[in-house]
Design a protein. Structure first.
Length: 433
């Protein structure tokens, strides 16, 4: 019984009717007007995409299918009351909008276990790359090479109907998600642990299995991995990785092409690489003052950073105008499991000081911390000190959201993305008129 597939098959026709009705009856209504500043400023705030898996409110933060982070962490099935939820249950929520039962989660886990075998040519490809190649490059390359396995590409060649596109995308997504932690952990062990890969478990859940294959067996770290994979999974479709995935897939490039492209966007320092930069800033702060700094020392270090023309990584966000709820969820984890950790204490003190500094500085619209300001501190505490790998962790998580989004893009038959551009001369003529 294909529980999740059959669930999707039952709800997609209803959503198609909803979308068709909206376009037919209200297609000429204006959603957004674009200013000159938005045209030059990365289209900030332009309402031009549809994303049902999650929504980012500037003042409430992220909601996954309408649920807040605390609600998600409470409602999703978990191993026991002390554990954090299973990430595959979160994928089901993103796909269907419904909280899964334990039966559905167990079914998905079983499917992921069956599909986690990685072809030998992928290992050969990774092993052929110089070991000092950035782990994100190795990760993206491996995903792209898996395109050979694309079910959608084969079905498209046979002439599959447009209304059926989502079905091979669904299977391709399941196959890719099952393999991502195996590939990521192999890259980690290859680069940082003397080429000593660890075989996947046939019994552990998707999140705990990832921790196991990296070589971390503590219950606390497995719970952290589950939390991490849920928190970083989706952030509506306007961020670089999700938008890249949506854009590339809109050309009917299969899930391997689009997710590999999304990982390349995630690798940038203004997106997923920021978690690495945040921890480097914190460690640099601690090194300068010989341990956990005082609030006065943090204030001086923050002003020195700003006055040198740099930004304080981890503070500010393109959309949010409050403390990122993902930051708060990680802070709660740290307060419970590692309250005396020096790096966490430093992160906490920075939280007290930096927003005020940024408000005095006056250039940041949002002086509050985002998810990246905290995630590295937790990884570092449990021994994952290799900061260049942090974006790969982010990538495995983000795949949950972007695969769910693309399955729905194909289910609803969304068109190829092709916004219209104007020239600077045309803008000058427009504003002068």
């Amino acid at each position: 019984m294909r529980l999740v597939f059959e669930k999707m098959e039952s709800i997609i026709p209803q959503w198609r009717d909803r979308v068709k009705k909206l376009v037919k009856e209200h297609g000429d209504k204006v959603l957004s007007e674009v200013t000159v500043a938005q045209a030059y400023g990365g289209m900030r705030g332009v309402k031009g995409l549809v994303c049902d898996t999650s929504y980012l409110d500037p003042y409430e933060g992220i909601r996954f299918r309408g649920y807040t982070i605390p609600e998600v962490l409470k409602l999703l099935p978990k191993e026991n009351e002390e554990a954090y939820p299973y990430p595959v249950g979160h994928w089901y929520l993103l796909l269907t909008g419904e909280v899964p039962t334990r039966e559905i989660v167990d079914y998905l886990q079983g499917e992921f276990h069956k599909r986690q075998i990685v072809p030998k040519y992928i290992w050969d490809l990774i092993d052929s790359v110089p070991i000092d190649t950035h782990p994100m490059t190795q990760f993206s390359t491996a995903i792209l090479a898996l395109q050979r396995e694309s079910i959608f590409a084969k079905e498209y060649e046979k002439g599959i109907k447009k209304t059926e596109y989502w079905k091979p995308f669904f299977d391709d997504s399941m196959n890719l998600l099952a393999k991502l932690p195996v590939i990521a952990a192999y890259i980690y062990r290859r680069i940082y642990k003397s080429y000593t890969p660890i075989e996947p478990s046939a019994t552990l859940d998707w999140g705990a299995n990832f921790a196991h294959m990296m070589g971390y067996e503590s219950i606390e770290y497995k719970n952290l991995m589950r939390l991490y994979l849920i928190l970083h999974s989706d952030h509506e479709s306007g961020n670089v990785s999700a938008h890249t995935n949506h854009l590339v897939s809109s050309a009917l490039s299969d899930i391997y092409y689009s997710v590999s492209a999304a990982m390349n966007g995630l690798a940038g320092p203004l997106h997923g690489l920021a978690n690495q930069e945040c921890l480097k800033w914190i460690l640099g702060l601690m090194e300068k003052f010989g341990g956990v700094p005082t609030e006065e020392e943090i204030e001086k270090f923050a002003w020195d950073t700003l006055n040198s023309g740099k930004v304080i990584p981890g503070y500010g966000h393109a959309v949010l105008r409050k403390t990122d709820p993902r930051y708060s969820a990680q802070r709660e984890f740290a307060l419970k499991y590692l309250p005396d950790d020096p790096i966490f204490k430093t992160v906490s003190n920075v939280y007290k000081v930096v927003p005020g500094v940024l408000q005095k500085h006056g250039k940041a619209k949002n002086p509050w911390p985002n998810v990246d300001a905290h995630s590295g501190a937790l990884q570092y505490h449990y021994g994952v000190v290799e900061t260049s790998f942090y974006t790969v962790l982010f990538g495995v998580s983000r795949a949950l959201g972007i695969t769910a989004e693309v399955i729905w893009d194909r289910a609803l038959g969304l068109s190829i993305e092709r916004p219209k551009s104007v020239t600077t001369k045309q803008i000058e003529e427009f504003v002068s008129a």
